[in-house]
Design a binder for this molecule. Structure first.
Ligand code: GLV
Length: 331
């Protein structure tokens, strides 16, 4: 491949992908600090590299892309890519790679876990022990709810939504309804899932779990008007992106008992402030964006992100591309 190609690696990703890149002869610069690079650091470093291996916390904005239009490939270590201005990258003919599928099970596990934890007030009850408030058995206290036979509404029945629906169906025989722009025939066949319109999804779901992308259409979608249409016993789960729900409206919906509870792996902003009112609510469970946080998933993501760069330089194609239409660009 002539001169070794230089790859900027924006965080300390699992070894597996780093080793693959090194073995393939790439010269890596790995950002070793615990924090993400600022935009100006990212621009300055990227200027000296041909490829970028980055993740959610790297703001691949229009400004970044205009200044770094020399980049041959941007390989994202994540399934979501709302941190990247894909339209601009596509206009500049920069291919974007991502890491789908490999973290679907891990993320669905977190959605499923948050659902049970919320239904049984687990995080709140754990905190009572830490505060020395265990006390005596309370026959009428600490009551949660059961999930057997309830209706699960999936907003975005795609790769992760399918895994969550399957867990809920197998564990609790939950009825699956979903709302997507396009029907999902596999979900309908394998999980007996029914497509419903958005209003029906809100009105019928006992648990409503968000698995959609963050886009102009979904940003702030779950707001007061929407929570108002949900059942008073409903649990809202979001493991997709925090900006899909309006946090002030969610707090209001929970405090006024418009809905029953919420399980969140994503917030807006991230990290969430430690005095956020959601953290002291009895029927709320929050995790610090760890959906893909298993060794299996993160190793898989690292491998796929590396394979995108290696294959691109070897064959001109990306095995996992966000904008495959740009791949005719010269190396
Ligand atoms: C995590 O949020 C991802 O998009 O991979």
């Amino acid at each position: 491949m002539g001169e070794p190609k230089k790859v900027l690696v924006s965080r300390q990703f699992p070894d597996i992908g780093i080793k693959l890149l090194e073995q393939a002869g790439f010269k890596l610069t790995i950002w070793s600090k615990d924090r993400p690079m600022s935009l100006s650091e990212l621009i300055d470093f990227s200027m000296k590299h041909q490829a970028l291996l980055c993740t959610l916390s790297d703001m691949i904005t229009k400004e970044f892309l205009e200044k770094c239009s020399h980049l041959k490939i941007i390989s994202q270590f994540a399934v979501g890519y709302d941190n990247i201005n894909v339209a601009e990258a596509t206009r500049l003919k920069i291919p974007i790679g991502f890491t789908p599928d490999v973290m679907s099970e891990a993320t669905a596990d977190i959605a499923f876990g948050l659902m049970i934890a919320t239904a049984r007030k687990m995080f709140f009850l754990h905190k009572t022990i830490l505060k020395g408030e265990w006390g005596y058995f309370k026959p009428r206290g600490n009551l949660g709810m059961e999930l057997r036979g309830k209706t699960l509404g999936i907003f975005g029945l795609g790769r992760i939504g399918m895994k969550m629906a399957k867990l809920c169906k197998n564990a609790y025989g939950m009825e699956i309804i979903y709302h997507n722009r396009q029907p999902n025939p596999v979900g309908e066949k394998d999980l007996n899932a029914s497509w419903v319109d958005f209003e029906d999804l809100l009105a019928r779901s006992d648990v409503l779990s968000v698995h959609s992308v963050l886009s102009r259409e979904t940003q702030g979608l779950f707001n007061w008007e929407i929570f108002k249409q949900m059942k008073p016993n409903a649990i809202f789960i979001n493991t997709a992106r925090g900006a899909i729900h309006n946090e002030t409206d969610l707090i209001e919906a929970l405090s006024s008992k418009q809905i029953w509870g919420a399980g969140l792996d994503v917030t807006d902003p991230e990290p969430m402030a430690k005095n956020n009112p959601l953290l002291s609510m009895e029927t709320v469970c929050v995790l610090p964006h760890v959906g893909s946080g298993t060794m299996e998933a993160r190793n898989g993501m690292s491998r796929m992100a590396a394979e995108n760069i290696i294959e691109f330089y070897k064959t001109g194609t990306l095995p996992y591309a966000v904008n495959p239409g740009v791949l005719e660009k010269e190396l």
